[in-house]
Design a binder for this molecule. Sequence first.
Ligand SMILES: O=c1ccn([C@@H]2O[C@H](COP(=O)(O)OP(=O)(O)O[C@H]3O[C@H](CO)[C@@H](O)[C@H](O)[C@H]3O)[C@@H](O)[C@H]2O)c(=O)[nH]1
Ligand SMILES: [Mn+2]
Length: 522
Amino acid sequence: MIFAFMWATTQSFRWRPIRRSVYPENLIQVTRDCDFPKLDVFICTADPYKEPPMGVVNTALSVMAYNYPSDKISVYVSDDGGSELTLFAFMEAAKFATHWLPFCKKYKIEDRCPAAYFSSSHCSSTTHAEELKMMYETMKMKVESIIDRGCVGDEHIKTDKQREAFDRWADGFTRQNHPTVVQVLLETGKDKDITGVEMPNLVYVSRQKSKASHHHFKAGALNVLLRVSAAMTNAPLILTLDCDMYSNDPNTPRQMLCFMLDLKMSKYGFVQFPQRFHGINKNDIYGGENKRLFQINPIGMDGLAGTNYVGTGTFFRRRAFFGGPSSYVSAEKPELNPNHVVDKSIQSEAVLEMAQSVASCEYENGTRWGYKMGFRYGSLVEDYFTGYQLNCEGWDSVFYHPDRAAFWGDIPINLDDVLSQNKRWCVGLLEVAFSKYSPIIFGTKSRGILMGLAYSHFAFWGIWSIPVTIYAFIPQLTLLNGVSPFPKVRTLHDVSGSSVTYLNLGSSCMYSFSLDLTSKTA
Ligand SMILES: O=c1ccn([C@@H]2O[C@H](COP(=O)(O)OP(=O)(O)O[C@H]3O[C@H](CO)[C@@H](O)[C@H](O)[C@H]3O)[C@@H](O)[C@H]2O)c(=O)[nH]1
Ligand SMILES: [Mn+2]
């Protein structure tokens, strides 16, 4: 039964797979660089010890240096770890960025993540590059020494603004219980790089936490960033990135614009780039690359009504978080709506006050955030659930897989982490499978049978464990007990009947399952 169900749902991915190409050099025929839409980038981090701040800083620097007008980019960092160490790392990064951005642009560097560039074979050995490398290493040592110490010492606090920021980490400030911290580290229009060009906005946000209210994990953090960014810049396009990923191609936003600026594609809510990973262990023994999940199945869904959202490397239209293309859901405050134009400085009192208030833990009570608006609550896999809901509301989506990886990320490489990640995914997916939004009924009704089946394939992914466990133990048990694992063949009718079907479906499904495990060589 399970094999038959999984086999049937897989067929939807094979129905109409498509591969897309883009020609960013033709964008000039539609718009000029100075008219590009603004882009808000959301980077999530949750623990300074598991996700080292230097890694988060590298993620941010790689997107701040995008080949895109700097004054159109705003980077918002959500720190659910509520750590002064992460804030300190970003204060240092803001200074380094004023050297790094012009360097990348001058020499047309492709690896705009400093850690990746300095350790690569294309790292230049000119004096300028050596200077930058030295600057980066000094920053890294400084940040790492602070992390070893566990706090920011007085000798590192140079200005009143910094003093005011770090004073918030007073007694009683813990990760689970603290007030909102919103710190503007760079402001477009005020801060310039060393060649006099505008810097992007860079804002550190640690939302209020209290043991008394539910924080809804990453979905909660992203909804806070949706509101804080609406109060500050309200860009029509949003990129969500995990801190364990960095940009590998400065031209990614231009590739995305080829879809988002196409008037025929106004119903497209998001553009998903594949999750690709480096540092996978030899032979990828845990199937961590997840090629079928992140690269093969999405091209099948793209040919139907759109791919699923995988949590990172995704460009959204802000409008997609406010109801379907033809059923607008308005926010409770007009300033948070996607059409609101921000005409004040991001450091003005009114804007900062608004940002503080929308990041408080009580703010969402009685509102539609997480249910009808923004990233959706109710599943541990907020990415799958959010993308699915947007698709059901009528948004289509695009999967674009360029030759040069748009982003590189990390994936668990030891058994413990792999098991806990897979368990979290399975539970989150089954939460959707057995909810009133179950893709088999709700999804099919909203987006047709093929999309319903595709989403069901993911939602019911956890039930694989049943045949996999049986296949793992039955042969040994039958061998030890001296019985055959297969039904006895008595007549020709039996052979052509159920047992062959069972074996065929079983082997076909086990074959596709093993594809995941051998995806590196497949
Ligand atoms: O309370 C939380 C928990 C997590 N995160 C961030 O969420 C991201 C993803 O978490 P991670 O522990 O790396 O989960 P993974 O299993 O590696 O992530 C995959 O699965 C998640 C859940 O489906 C998606 O959100 C991710 O984008 C996707 O890469 C990280 O940047 C975290 O910092 C928060 O901001 N707040
Ligand atoms: Mn991750």
